[in-house]
Design a protein around this ligand. Sequence first.
Ligand code: DGL
Length: 271
Amino acid sequence: MNTSLSDCPIGAFDSGVGGLTVVQAMRELLPSEDILYLGDTARVPYGNKSPDTIIRYSRENMAYLRSHGVKAVVVACNTASAHALAVLQKESDIPVIGVIAPGVEAALSATRNQRIGIIGTHGTIQSEAYQNLLRQSRSEVMITAIAAPLLVSLVEEDWLSHPATHLILEEYLAPMKAARVDTVVLACTHYPLLKPLAQRILGPEVVLVDSAQNAAAALARTLETSAIKRSSGSGKGRITICATDLPAQFSRLVERFLGEKIKKISQVSLS
Ligand code: DGL
């Protein structure tokens, strides 16, 4: 094992707070790891931006994390994973993990009737990243893919079980019910918070695949195989959170998405 490298933090980035659902899953699975999280709050949302812009933003986020000595990076954003992961992996000499391949793998092992739903931002759905990987892995899968742009704002408003959210989610999920999918990929980092409501709408027999848990599991496997996992005797890992802007409600959102209190959040500049 490479001891000094194993003690370096893991970097993670997202367009904003949503990626903290992935970080929460990483904290549960890899409690000894230090984590440096960057939320690009000055430029959120990514979900409706062009692929070129998302690639440029992702490169800048990656450069920031690299300059702070991270040993691996989790692209904790579905839209950035959809458009920029391949570029970042090609340009990087440390492991870069996205949320799409782990979600696809989990969906394929969950489905029994080979009917899979995907719900995400416009960017993620239009990129066809999930659809292509699902079809490449299993040609017979039937896919229902829905862009659900309104959900990110509803989650940020904390309207997790509000009647308006119920109504909107029901509308988005209606084609999934009609297609009789038995598995739905929550392909946006904000959506794990809507899991209970989505489960109520779809019924208990539908499996909801959460990108957060599956990306954390993929990271754990990569750290093991690259021999850069921090030893469990190192105590509880530290978490450092920075963002490109600090809007008024940001620290409240951080606590809700991460599920723990954070003393200090720093504003950083990427240039
Ligand atoms: N983090 C983004 C994602 O997972 C959602 C928010 C945004 O549009 O930037 O796709």
